[in-house]
Design a protein around this ligand. Structure first.
Ligand code: AGP
Length: 372
């Protein structure tokens, strides 16, 4: 009913708007006054966490994209090797697991059969499983050794939005906590990022306030056949997520690529007027990465692509090559997906609406996939 949708036309719009709160709720009570993390609810002792020699993340769809981003954070802040695998592929290739492997199963619903089967397989091999889940008491957390709940609240729209942002928050918390417990050389950076994370819901809110031009752009592209998404570093999984949203909602052909892979094949797809969304990393800090993506944008624009550039406020280097520029607030590199994903959600939702599609209930899809 309209009341359930809180005045919005679709649950998806409501859930996109709820993201600042979902993010804040997921952080609530997990950062103490001294700026340290307390994740006692995870019920794994500091000594157990210090023993971990490998992290393996299993998930499907959007939750898998959160896992891909988590890998960058976990390896950087903890120096523990981390693999990410589609849950549906995991157990069929006889993965190498042991008592010191920490398997993280990410699932909004907690009922995804592929993810459940992957975690059962991991436990049979003697590994500990930590669930990151949004649904209290669902099967995946019940069958795991430990759980960190995301507090997105119920997500009704089939296309995941607020659950994704809170999965990212939970992944960052796990990465930072592991880093904190194990005491890596990134101690100062970890403290600074915990501070930035505690401010991030306000930044998500700011992005939401500036989305009208993105909606306008989406409407103008309603008759396109294909949209490509490019990113580097954590922007690469963001590109994959942008493409998945567009497939699900707009039923358009969409693909996400690592920008560095362009010249290894995908650049052959570039043709005049093809919309290409590029997620640009911060020009601060890892500036080499930034320079590389600016030249990628130049390359595709020289071939006539219509460039839609998502870049941090104050990033002037991209301006000459952007047909459309979407500004996002400055954040630490690893946290950028929390703000960079939002315009892509809005873009896909508006395109679906413009094409007359059922936004909350796309064709052929179920909210949770309880069969393998
Ligand atoms: C996202 O928009 C999807 N509808 C889908 O990819 C989803 O993320 C996936 O099926 C995993 O679901 P889960 O998080 O409930 O396990």
């Amino acid at each position: 009913s309209a009341a359930e949708k809180g005045g919005y036309d679709y649950f998806m719009l409501k859930e996109i708007a709820e993201q600042p709160k979902a993010v804040a709720d997921t952080l609530l009570g997990r950062i103490d006054a001294g700026g340290s993390l307390t994740l006692d609810e995870v019920r794994m002792s500091a000594s157990e966490l210090r023993e971990v020699d490998k992290v393996v993340i299993v998930a499907c769809g959007t939750a898998f994209h959160a896992g891909l981003i988590a890998k960058y954070a976990i390896e950087h802040w903890t120096r523990i090797p981390c693999e990410v695998e589609l849950a549906s592929e995991f157990r069929y290739r006889d993965p190498i697991l042991g008592a010191r492997s920490l398997v993280i199963a990410i699932s909004q619903s907690g009922e995804t059969m592929d993810t459940l089967m992957a975690l059962r397989h991991a436990r049979e091999q003697g590994s500990k499983v930590l669930a990151i889940c949004n649904t209290n008491g669902s099967t995946i957390p019940r069958e795991s050794d430990a759980v960190l709940y995301t507090h997105a609240g119920p997500e009704v729209a089939v296309a995941s939005t607020k659950a994704f942002l809170t999965q990212l928050v939970a992944c960052y918390l796990v990465a930072l906590y592991l880093g904190q417990v194990r005491g890596t050389k990134w101690g100062d950076e970890i403290s600074a990022v915990i501070r930035d994370l505690s401010q991030i819901s306000g930044e998500v809110e700011r992005v939401l306030e500036t989305m009208e031009p993105v909606r306008e752009l989406a409407r103008s592209l309603a008759d396109k056949k294909t949209v490509l998404f490019l990113g580097r570093h954590v922007g690469y999984p963001v590109a994959l997520e942008g493409a998945l949203k567009l497939k699900e909602l707009a039923y358009m052909h969409a693909e996400g690529f690592a920008a560095g892979e362009l010249k290894h094949g995908p650049i052959a797809l570039i043709e005049p007027d093809l919309p290409v969304v590029v997620v640009v990393p911060s020009p601060r800090g890892r500036s080499v990465l930034h320079d590389k993506i600016v030249s990628n944008i130049q390359e595709i624009r020289a071939r006539g692509a219509r460039t839609i550039v998502i870049a941090e406020e104050g990033d002037e280097a991209v301006v000459p090559y952007a047909d459309h520029l979407v500004r996002i607030p400055a954040t630490p590199t690893l946290l950028q997906p929390l703000v960079a994903t939002v315009p892509l959600q809005v873009f896909a939702c508006e395109l679906a609406t413009a094409r007359g599609n059922e936004v909350d209930q796309p064709r052929n899809l179920a909210k949770s996939v309880t069969v393998e």
